[in-house]
Design a protein around this ligand. Sequence first.
Ligand code: PRP
Length: 227
Amino acid sequence: MTARTILKMALAKGRLLEPSLALLRTSGAAVAEPATNRKLLVPSSDGSLSVLFVKPADVPVYVESGAADVGITGTDVLRETEADVLEPLALGFGRCRLVVASPTEVPYPALTGGVTPRVATKYPRLTRAFFAETGLGVQVIAVSGSVEVAPLLGLSHWIVDLVDTGRTLRENGLVERAQILDVGAVLVVNRASQKLRLEQHQQLLEQLRVADRSRATPGRRPGVSRP
Ligand code: PRP
């Protein structure tokens, strides 16, 4: 029998943070938001978890290395990093899609005059893979944020970015041209940690599964099983 240690969970700052904290609250392992707590490792209310808040792209890195035992991340970041982690649970939030978009007046899938399209993105690997598969020769420009502004300033012709409501594209005069990936939040788990602390992982997984279901079905309380 292995010693019982508190599992470390990496949470992504940004759009997944609020629903991730809500999920933990529902599961009975509430965690104070980082804004109200400057500590780097925050214990959950039930003492089962120690939570660290990191940049979205870093969650798979922390979990793959074992610095964190588990994490909640988006499949966009996960596929981009190709992290070798377990994915035992798809969560019912963070749904959006990774798309190619361009200004209305910039054509797709080819530019006039045979110009090689420049594509700005935070997802260079997924972007290269998509265009390699579709047979379109492009130059990928990796940026770390505010991707929508790239075509407006002439940095790129097209962009590859996440779309949720479509508001950011609209407000920047961009239109969606092709979908690359359906995106959603997932629980990721370090392989070695899962073997060493199987019981704790199973317990956490079950707690989160029940909490996620109850949140997806308003009125349903955790612990109440489905038919
Ligand atoms: C994402 C994405 C877009 C926006 C799309 O950014 O990069 O900017 O959301 O959402 P919408 O279709 O509802 O307008 P996010 O908020 O994750 O922050 P980021 O710019 O730091 O990536």
